[in-house]
Each structure stands twice: as C-alpha cells, then as structure tokens.
Ligand binder design. Structure first.
Ligand SMILES: [Zn+2]
Length: 502
C-alpha cells in the first residue's frame, strides 16, 4: 500500500509517487545559526526525522538534505552585538546545533550543506534569472521581480494584493514592486562578502535553499519541507526563483510542520517564550521529547507544557515497563501447554497483527504518528493483560511474547523511538557497590565473579520469589536494602519496576 501525503501546494492528500522509483529526495530548511535551537525549532527537525526514518523503514533510498544557513542578517547583527566576526558566531552555533541534534537522537542527514560553500552556484542562478527577465540589478543589489512570475502566491494560496495588505512592506523606490525580494545584497563594510558580477556582496536567504536543493537533488525532487512559518515568504520565494530559473516544477510535495505553542502563543525568540533544547534535555530523556512529538500529527500544533512532558514521560515508562514485564515472564520457568488458555493466545496473536497493521496504515496516511503510537499503546495494554491472565508461560506463549517484544522495538525504531532497556554493561557502571553486600546477604549459593547488574537481577528475582512464597520479611529486607543502595522499587498491579534514584 502506498503512502499518502498532504501537499501544501495542492492542499490535498495525494499518493506519494517519487520522481525516481524506490528513491526519495528530501530537502528540509535547516537553521540560521545565530542562536541555540529551541523546542519549536526542534519539533520541525524531529517531525522530518520521523518522516525520514519511516521512509527508510518502507524501503526507500532517501537522500536527505538539511542545510545550514551560515550567512544572514541575523548572524551579522549578533556578531555586531558581541563585537566578534560573523564567522565566529556561525561556527559557535553550528557546533551548538550539532550537539543539540545529536542529543535529540536525530539521524544525520545524507548531506548537510553550508550556504557559504555554495556561493558560486547561487551567483550562476541569479545571472540566469537576470537573463531570463526574472531579476534586475540596482546599485549592486539584485532583486527578483514578482511581476515576472505569474504564479507567485501558489504555494501560500494568497494573491499579491492580499499579501501586500497583510504585510508591512517598506517602500523602497529602487524596487519595481514593493515585495520584490533580494537575491543578492551589496556588502556594507565589515560584512562577509564575495565577489560577484554586481560587486562585493552576499546572497539573500531564499536563494541559498534553491542553490543547495537543486545541486544535491535536481529538478522536481520529491519532498520539500520545513515549519509552517516558512511557507510565506521563504518557500513562496524559493518556488518563484527556482521555477523561474528551471522552467519546471521545483518539488513534487510540500510538507509543512505545525508550530509549538505555549498558551496561545507560538514559541518564538521574538515572543520571548522559548525553551532551549539543551535546557530541556538536561532533565528530560530525548525519547520523551520524541514521544511528545510523535503523540501529535506533525501538521498540528503542539501545546507545550510541563504536564505534556510528564504525560510523555509516563508514556515512555509504559513502553519500557511492558518490555520489562515481557522479559520477566520469559525468564520464569515455562510449563507445558494448557489447552484452556488457547483463547488468550489467540487474542494476543490477533492484537499483535492488528497493532502492526494499524501502525503501518496510520504512518502511511500522511505520517499520522499519533494514531500509530496509539496502536502500539493498545498492544502494550493487551500484552500486560495477557501476562497477568496467563500465569506461568508455555513455550508457545513465550514465543508469542518474544514476537510482541520484537514488534514493539522494531516499530518504535521505525520512527526513531529507542526502547532499549538499560543493558548490563551500562548499568554496571552506575550501580552502587552496596549491591555486592546485599547480594551476599540475600542470595544463597555462589555469587563470585558476577557483575553488579547480574547480581541485581538475581536480587530482584529473589524478591519476586519471596513475595510469591509470602516471605514478607525477606521481600521487605530486599526492598529496604535496595532503597538504601539508591535503587527504588515500585510495585504496580502489573508487576514491579525499579530505577536508580538520582
Ligand atoms: Zn529554505
């Protein structure tokens, strides 16, 4: 079954048919590097990371281009404020951005071009636009002439008149139309500048994306995306200059992500309500942030609040706990088949198949991750109920549980969610030495040579046995011993979970 995507250009959900069978070219507008990214920016990158991963999961060979705008008025202004060079600002915030996207767990794009490394390509395009009558030169500046492109406004679905009424446009007598935009700007003293046929200058923002997307993806590539706030004027201008230049459609599908709001306002630097990714991730697991993004369709707005984070945290825990429960059930000794429990098996088999189908169906439907995740949560609920109702596992039941566990991991992974339980290796470093002492007190038999993580497993197993045998004194002793070692156990109706106290 094929994927459907909502195309901003046609305002319709369309069958996704790539230009070249089996391959996808995708261009996402990256950051202008003059500040650390905030949660609003992060959501856009996360949305397209989810789409990128899902397309690969579906078997497409995806060329994912996400650029860096490293020359821009905002960078120059910031440099002036701090009394340093624009290059220094760009370098600092590229490093910062790379740190942030790495800690967010974003997959690296195939190509991450810098605007400043594509000035030659931009000049070539601008020259051709002038030749074709789409652009004109005034005092070393080059402007795109809106009146030369009859379809201007087709992406944002606004007419030039609407736009003029809606935007405050500075009247510049040198421009033929007040909304003609700069392709090339004359450099003022001290600004970054490159040689061009029109004198020393630098490119405008919009032309950067045209040059870099065409260079790496060619004409009429598959997906052009970004945040909804880029539709106008950035993407509208990109369309005008690119199609003016090539005479062909720019991109097949335009995908735009919803904003992050706080209260009634969009999270934006200009509003002054931003939460930086690096601040957020100090206390929040990257998977929780991703789950927050996954829980809402990428085109819808997200209301960001501490409550939403707590919800996402609980949702993530629910996944991990289901995996812990499955593991526990698999570790318990198995019994021979019990015919009367076949109905339970059949039920879970059907749930498993249903969850997989619903997940794929939802993601295929314009990447509806909220519905896809709901299908996985449903499966989590069903598997918990199954383990509770089934009692000791038969071989068949174990096999089925393994399948459920694998499906949870694989489908979560298809959208970048990592459900890995802490591995013995990682944990061993973090566990306190008290575990040795407690092990020697409560475990019978040889414990020499076992790692702390292995011992902890044994201790937890011992506690489960003690509770089953109603040896409350031992169960409490283990619980208290773990607590004093900084390991907290919480008993829930569906079993126990533990964590290290921070
Ligand atoms: Zn762009």
């Amino acid at each position: 079954m094929s994927i459907k995507v909502f195309n901003t250009m046609t305002r319709k959900k369309e069958d996704f048919v790539p230009r070249d069978a089996g391959k996808v070219g995708m261009y996402i507008c990256g950051p202008t590097v003059y500040n650390f990214i905030h949660v609003g920016n992060a959501r856009t990158y996360l949305s397209f990371d989810i789409i990128y991963r899902y397309l690969r999961y579906k078997g497409y060979a995806v060329t994912y281009v996400r650029n860096l705008t490293d020359v821009d008025d905002k960078i120059i202004n910031k440099a002036r404020e701090e009394g340093v060079s624009p290059e220094e600002i760009a370098e600092r915030f590229i490093e910062g951005y790379w740190d942030d996207v790495k800690s967010m767990g974003l997959a690296e794009p195939t190509i991450e071009p810098k605007a400043t490394e594509h000035i030659g390509e931009m000049i070539e395009i601008i020259e051709r636009l002038i030749e074709k009558g789409h652009a004109y030169v005034v005092d070393g500046d080059v402007y795109f002439e809106l009146d030369s492109f009859a379809e201007y406004g087709k992406l944002s679905h606004r007419s030039l008149d609407d736009m003029r009424a809606g935007e405050r446009v500075e009247i510049d007598p040198r421009k033929r139309h007040p909304m003609d935009f700069a392709l090339w700007k004359t450099a003022k003293p001290g600004e970054p500048a490159w040689d061009s046929p029109w004198g020393q200058g630098r490119p405008g923002w919009h032309i950067e994306c045209t040059a870099m997307s065409l260079k790496y993806l060619g004409v009429n590539f598959d997906i052009h995306g970004g945040g909804r706030d880029l539709i106008f004027p950035h993407h509208e201008n990109e369309v005008a200059q690119t199609e003016g230049y090539t005479g062909q459609p720019f991109a097949k599908y335009w995908l735009h992500g919803g904003m992050v709001n706080i209260g009634d306002e969009k999270m934006a630097k200009s509003v002054g309500n931003i939460v930086l990714v690096r601040e957020l991730l100090q206390g929040t697991n990257a998977n929780v942030l991703r789950l927050l993004a996954l829980g809402t369709h990428y085109r819808s707005p997200i209301d960001f609040s501490p409550d939403k984070l707590v919800e996402a945290e609980a949702a993530y825990e629910r996944f991990l706990n289901a995996r812990r429960r499955i593991r526990e059930a698999l570790e318990a000794p198995s019994v021979t088949a019990l015919a009367e429990k076949k109905a339970l098996m059949d039920g879970l088999s059907a749930d498993l198949k249903g969850a997989q189908e619903k997940f794929i169906e939802s993601m295929d439907d314009d990447f509806n991750s909220a519905a896809a995740m709901a299908a996985l949560f449903e499966l989590v609920k069903e598997v918990n109920t199954f383990i509770e109702a089934y009692g000791q596992m038969t071989m068949d039941a174990r096999e089925l549980l393994e399948k459920v566990d694998a499906l949870l991991v694989v489908l979560s992974g298809a959208v970048g969610l990592d459900l890995a339980l802490p591995e013995a290796g990682d944990l061993a470093d973090k566990l306190p030495d008290d575990v040795y002492r407690l092990a020697s007190e409560v475990l019978a038999g040889a414990i020499d040579g076992m790692s702390k993580a292995e011992l902890l497993d044994k201790i937890l197993e011992r506690r489960v046995e003690a509770r089953k045998g109603k040896d409350w004194a031992l169960a409490d002793k283990i619980r208290d011993g773990l607590a004093s070692a900084g390991i907290e156990i919480e008993d829930t109706p569906l079993g126990f979970r533990w964590k290290l106290k921070v």
